[in-house]
Design a protein around this ligand. Structure first.
Ligand code: DX5
Ligand code: ZN
Length: 226
């Protein structure tokens, strides 16, 4: 069954602790934290202090997604703050091999994210160093965008690459996930669905948002509603 990783980017920051607790009590598998620097992406969000605050109450892994330039400068900081996995963008790392080694050395699971234009083949030479691949299904920078349907071919390609590598690698899908798109991502081979808006801004609350995604992703889907 596909895992669900609520992205706190869409949470109400005035009640962040409460909202993270609600998400994990509702069965979230990981908490996804989007770090943006205003340079790699045209938005600024949060930094290590928020990861540290969330780590104090989280009982599930913290999946930290760095949308920043020169991520190597901050790997240690995020590890010290409580990140379980650290994902960097292939487009932000001219020395990707070195950064992945650095993440591993600080005791975190290394991940690589691919912007919509970046091909699956960009990971071929580092696949054995990776524990997570994040397939961006929107252009990173903002929550609430529409899922780019053309990305499912890339997810399938990565699924085949991961299977033939024999390594245990999660394939995340990130951006525009809702009750309609989660099944597309799962069918293509994703193992983790990252979802912000449809969890934290669900009209019936956070638990209902997670439940709706679970229902929609289940093979016998009856109650899926967009
Ligand atoms: C986008 C972020 C996503 C985002 C997903 O740059 O990486 O994690 O929060 O948000 P929704 O689910 O609203 O598309
Ligand atoms: Zn993200």
């Amino acid at each position: 069954m596909i895992k669900i990783a609520p992205s706190i980017l869409a949470a109400d920051f005035a009640f962040l602790g409460e909202q993270v607790t609600l998400a994990q009590d509702a069965g979230a598998d990981l908490i996804h934290i989007d770090i943006m620097d205003g340079r790699f992406v045209p938005n600024i969000t949060m930094g290590p202090a928020i990861v540290e605050a969330v780590a104090k109450l989280a009982t599930i892994p913290l999946d930290v997604h760095l949308m920043i330039v020169e991520p190597d400068r901050f790997v240690q900081r995020f590890a010290d703050s409580g990140a379980d996995s650290i994902t960097v963008h292939v487009e932000a790392c001219p020395h990707l091999h070195r950064v992945l080694g650095q993440i591993n050395d600080v005791g975190c699971r290394p991940g690589v994210a691919l912007n919509p234009h970046s091909p699956a083949s960009a990971l071929r030479e580092v696949i054995e160093m990776i524990r997570i691949v994040n397939v961006m299904t929107v252009n990173p920078g903002f929550g609430g965008q529409r899922f780019i349907g053309g990305m499912s071919g890339k997810i399938s390609e990565l699924r085949a690459m991961v299977d033939s590598s024999g390594s245990e690698i999660e394939i995340e899908v990130d951006g525009g996930i809702n009750a309609a798109t989660i099944s597309v991502a799962e069918a293509a081979g994703a193992t983790i669905a990252i979802a912000g808006t449809c969890v934290f801004q669900h009209r019936k609350g956070i638990a209902a948002g997670i439940e709706e995604l679970r229902q929609a992703a289940a093979p016998t889907r009856k109650n899926a509603c967009a």
